[in-house]
Design a protein around this ligand. Structure first.
Ligand code: FE
Ligand code: CA
Length: 533
């Protein structure tokens, strides 16, 4: 069966089902139904169905995913759509004006997926930009820019990309994303906390006292699939976030707040029975899939979803995207910053799980790229957070998992790789430093380096150096840089050096904040050290 036949039978299938169902559901939605048959072929929307924007993701040499989700009433229980599949036309152009069409087709926005559309575009040329857009009924989406990756092994001189995440809606405006979009990176790595699961609140308590919310989550803490959809919808209506998606393809991974604070495996922080938490996890994962430009390989299977994967950029960079939540053993001695405890040396602790760890090590062993990045969630650097007596660790980070951490670093060392860079989020501060097997007393050459990117908004306006970080900076020689403002990192990688610009916002509590470069940090190839650029 050819593409056209497949498409036609899909359309016929939709018409048949819609005829059987009648238009009871649609009568209460924004989809104005003329006769039903016509509504499927040519739906008429009372409001823009593309209010959640568009996105591209997971680029490969022959294509990428393009995404949208029809939601004419984004916060309504049914997002303004009937319980029917609706065809969405898509096209990919070689130029911004779509004078040369490289690929086009029709996809179905299905009610099972909240009317999300994921098209895995293939057959494109490697290493070049493309533009994409969608049409549903008489409505046209905005235009997004994506890029295919160069062929693995092909000579590549340079790649420029942004690292961002932790975007609590209530704690500030996403202005940093507008600034990021203007930098036109080749891609964006989002390390997670794309949404936060908590209930809307007017005031939050901080170490500086109560702070009023800049804007508010709609509704209570999220549990059901509709709750999660509405939360993603609220975030995705932000025009600055939409601009960042339209500017470049993204690689996304989740951290904890896409599901629940500090979750691992089938465990949440409230001792919910695992079988019950699994139900919430399943809905959260489905909503994550529905809202991210992910390939079909990530489609959830029950409460599981594989998001660890690898992208290769010619002979320059391998990007290993990791999942440090789904296959992890429980945090030792509680989830928080705590003094050393016996649990952090638990012999059978897992951070990646055996299968992912083997996949990572096999990939690192085979890599012939100049740089290998580990793009992941929680800090690997062994940082003493100043607890007396003894050291204090963030037990939700690799610092609480010393055996897996040592195995990771030993694995890098054994493979004689000296250009491994770890990219991390979660901390709501910028950090850069060196990774040593013997933790925080480095004498020898480091095994790898790590850049921890701050947050787009989480934590509010922030300061250059938090008072409590003065001690941390003075007593952790492996830590080379720290800052507590909001923003993102911009990595500019060549064969000779990995340069990370720490881009920070002067404020995010109003929409007119300005961005600047707080530091330019460089890892010279082969030297596993962070120096001022
Ligand atoms: Fe966060
Ligand atoms: Ca987090």
């Amino acid at each position: 069966m050819g593409d056209w036949d497949r498409l036609r039978s899909a359309r016929l299938d939709v018409s048949r089902r819609s005829a059987l169902k009648g238009f009871g559901a649609a009568a209460v939605t924004a989809l104005a139904v003329q006769p039903w048959r016509q509504a499927i072929a040519d739906p008429i929307f009372r409001t823009d169905p593309f209010q959640l924007g568009i996105a591209a993701g997971d680029p490969a040499p022959d294509g990428f995913v393009i995404w949208t989700r029809l939601a004419p009433e984004p916060l309504a229980f049914d997002h303004g759509m009937p319980a029917l599949a609706v065809p969405v036309d898509w096209e990919v152009g070689e130029d911004q004006g779509f004078r040369t069409i490289a690929a086009k087709g029709t996809a179905l926005a299905r009610p099972e997926l909240g009317h999300a559309v994921h098209v895995e575009v293939a057959g494109l040329k490697p290493g070049r930009p493309y533009w994409y857009r969608f049409v549903a009924g008489r409505e046209r989406s905005g235009v997004g820019r994506a890029m295919t990756t160069p062929l693995p092994g092909a000579a590549l001189d340079r790649i420029r990309f942004a690292v961002a995440g932790c975007q609590h809606y209530e704690q500030g405006y996403f202005t940093a994303y507008r600034k990021l979009a203007a930098e036109a990176p080749d891609f964006v790595f989002c390390y997670g906390d794309y949404i936060y699961e908590g209930r809307g609140g007017r005031v939050r308590n901080t170490r500086e006292g109560p702070v009023e919310a800049i804007r508010q989550h709609d509704g209570d803490e999220i549990y059901s699939i509709v709750d999660y959809r509405r939360r993603y919808a609220q975030y995705k209506m932000d025009p600055d976030l939409q601009a960042a998606h339209a500017a470049a393809p993204w690689f996304t991974v989740w951290d904890d707040h896409e599901i629940d604070n500090n979750w691992v495996d089938l465990l949440d922080q409230d001792d919910t029975p695992p079988g019950i938490f699994a139900l919430r996890r399943q809905m959260a994962m489905q909503a994550y899939y529905e809202h991210m430009p992910l390939r079909a390989s990530a489609l959830p299977v029950g409460p599981q979803m594989q998001i660890y994967r690898r992208a290769r950029f010619g002979n320059l960079l391998d990007l290993n995207l990791l999942d440090t939540r789904q296959y992890r053993t429980n945090q030792p001695c509680g989830d928080r910053w705590q003094p050393d405890c016996p649990g952090i040396n638990q012999a059978d602790a897992q951070m990646l799980g055996a299968a992912q760890e083997k996949w990572l090590m096999d990939g690192l062993g085979k890599s012939d790229a100049q740089w290998q990045a580990l793009a992941q969630q929680v800090m690997v650097m062994d940082l003493d957070r100043n607890g007396e007596p003894g050291a204090t660790y963030n037990l939700d980070s690799w610092g609480g998992y010393r055996i897996p951490r040592a195995r990771l670093l030993k694995g890098i060392q054994d493979r004689r790789l000296d250009n491994v860079v770890v990219l991390t989020g979660d901390e709501h501060q910028n950090y850069a430093g060196e990774l040593h097997l013997d933790g925080r007393n480095p004498g020898a050459k480091a095994i790898a380096t790590e850049f921890v990117a701050t947050s787009i908004t989480s934590g509010g306006d922030g300061v250059d150096v938090r008072p409590d970080m003065v001690w941390v900076q003075a007593n952790n020689p492996q830590l080379k840089f720290n800052n507590a403002q909001r923003g993102y990192m911009l990595c500019d990688v060549t064969r000779e050096r990995w340069e990370t610009k720490v881009r920070v916002m002067d404020r995010i509590s109003d929409r007119n904040g300005e961005i600047s470069t707080r530091a330019t940090l460089v890892v010279p190839a082969g030297e596993t050290k962070v120096v001022a650029g």
